[in-house]
Design a protein around this ligand. Structure first.
Ligand code: FAD
Ligand code: UDP
Length: 379
């Protein structure tokens, strides 16, 4: 008899497994229908021996000391600040250029052949920014800061490809993930902690799950096992609509097709990721893992991301009607007494890894406060 059946061995499921086993001494079975642990953060050595991420580039960044300290129990870190270039057509000449994204002072100066200072570029942007009464959509966020030309160049095509929606149909929170800067800071993230697990994510997950109270079974779907293995309670980190048999209809998710390539050259591009915002290019970005991992290798592995409506659910789509449908599922979830819903798909939130770890730790605290432990505390 397991105290917990945890569905999904990604961040949500693995953090909860570790906490329940370590702090409460409970017996946990973690399952995943994929043939591996670590969820979307899964990394491994490919055939050439290059450490790569099967589900696209995962860069760890957080402002939470608590989340960073927690994960630091299971890994050491390699400091890494992600830098991204966008390949765009220069206004006026139509020449292809690679410039930093998030848009910053250097982006504007190189794109327009200017040499503006920080305060001058503020003025430059203000002259182009459009007045928007209430910022609601992903279009509003950008045009209200940098105007229509840069919006069309960097955001409109990328967003239409990624989401199959115009930015005007998408909640502001999506493009608001990418800020606009008037200084020359070209880092993609500005969080206090930015680092990669020194030996990769999968190794970190292995340590998290290496507890005598935890059993891990991969390649197993919940539907196959739910009636076979006795358990008292469930943590669900799969899609919330799937748990309820799609009772109210399917929640929309966006997917990606990944094209992985190993090249017989040491380096492919100068930075971890190059974005391709132009609508006519079928992929959104190309990432090269060696920049992230610091691995030295005569070959290199890259991944192209092709957005898709079909395939594994990766991105909840932030739109009011989807949120309304999610709320109906959330009400069902709240009414369950022995099932907890945690993670990006189970709570239908466009969350980064650190936010999922924070959510899982908070869920653990709620469980710990509300349930008597099944076994003596042995931490
Ligand atoms: P998941 O990792 O999706 O884990 C859920 C697991 O549940 C899956 O492995 C699935 O197989 C399993 N499962 C589902 N249903 C069942 C079932 N019925 N039976 C058995 N198993 C089941 N975040 C960052 O912080 N930085 C980044 O750079 C970053 N890059 C990203 C790039 C891409 C392309 C994507 C898609 C996401 C990225 N993220 C990034 C977000 C990050 O992947 C998530 O925040 C995190 O992995 C979510 O963890 P989770 O445990 O909620 O879900
Ligand atoms: N985005 C864009 N152009 C870019 C980068 C991002 O239009 O060059 C928009 C796009 O809608 C994307 C969103 O901003 O989905 C969030 O970007 P982020 O890089 O955070 O996406 P993720 O890494 O989560 O896929």
């Amino acid at each position: 008899m397991f105290d917990w059946l945890i569905v999904g061995a990604g961040f949500a499921g693995s953090v909860l497994a570790e906490r329940l086993a370590t702090v409460r001494g409970e017996k946990v079975l973690v399952i995943d229908r994929r043939p591996h642990i670590a969820g979307n953060a899964y990394d491994h050595l490919d055939e050439a021996g290059v450490l790569m991420h099967r589900y696209g580039p995962h860069i760890f960044h957080t402002n939470s000391q608590q989340v960073f300290d927690y994960l630091s129990r299971f890994t050491s870190w390699r400091p890494y600040e992600h830098r991204v270039l966008a390949e765009v057509k220069q206004p006026g000449t139509g020449n292809t250029m690679r410039v930093p994204i998030p848009i910053n002072l250097d982006t504007i100066n190189s794109l327009y052949g200017l040499s503006l200072t920080e305060s001058e570029v503020e003025q430059w942007m203000a002259e182009r920014a459009e007045t928007v009464d209430a910022i609601r959509t992903s279009e509003d966020v950008v045009v209200s800061k940098v105007g229509r030309e840069l919006y069309e160049l960097f955001f409109r095509g990328y967003t239409r490809k990624q989401w199959a929606l115009d930015p005007s149909e998408l909640d502001k929170s999506v493009t608001a993930r990418v800020p606009t800067r008037t200084n020359t800071d070209d880092r993609y993230f500005t969080d206090t902690f930015q680092a990669m697990p020194a030996e990769g994510y999968t190794k970190m997950f292995e340590r998290m799950l290496a507890h005598p109270n935890i059993t891990v079974r991969t390649g197993v779907d919940y539907a196959e096992i739910r009636d076979q293995v006795p358990h008292r309670r469930v943590i669900w980190s799969g899609p919330v609509d799937e748990y309820f048999g799609f009772r109210y209809g399917k929640l929309p998710y966006r997917s990606l097709r990944f094209e992985h390539k190993t090249l017989d050259q040491a380096e492919y591009q100068p930075v971890g990721t190059v974005n391709y915002p132009a609508e006519e290019v079928p992929y959104t970005r190309i990432s090269e893992y060696k920049h992230l991992t610091g691995q030295q290798h005569p070959k290199t592995t890259i991944t192209l991301e092709y957005p898709s409506g079909e395939g594994d659910p990766y991105y909840p789509i932030p739109r009011p009607e989807n949120q309304a449908l999610y709320k109906r599922y959330e009400a069902l979830a709240d009414a369950q007494t022995d099932v907890w819903f945690v993670g990006r798909l189970a709570t239908y939130r466009y969350y980064n890894m650190d936010q999922i770890v924070g959510q899982a730790l908070a869920t653990f605290n709620r469980i710990d406060a509300s349930l008597p432990p099944e076994a003596a505390n042995d931490d």
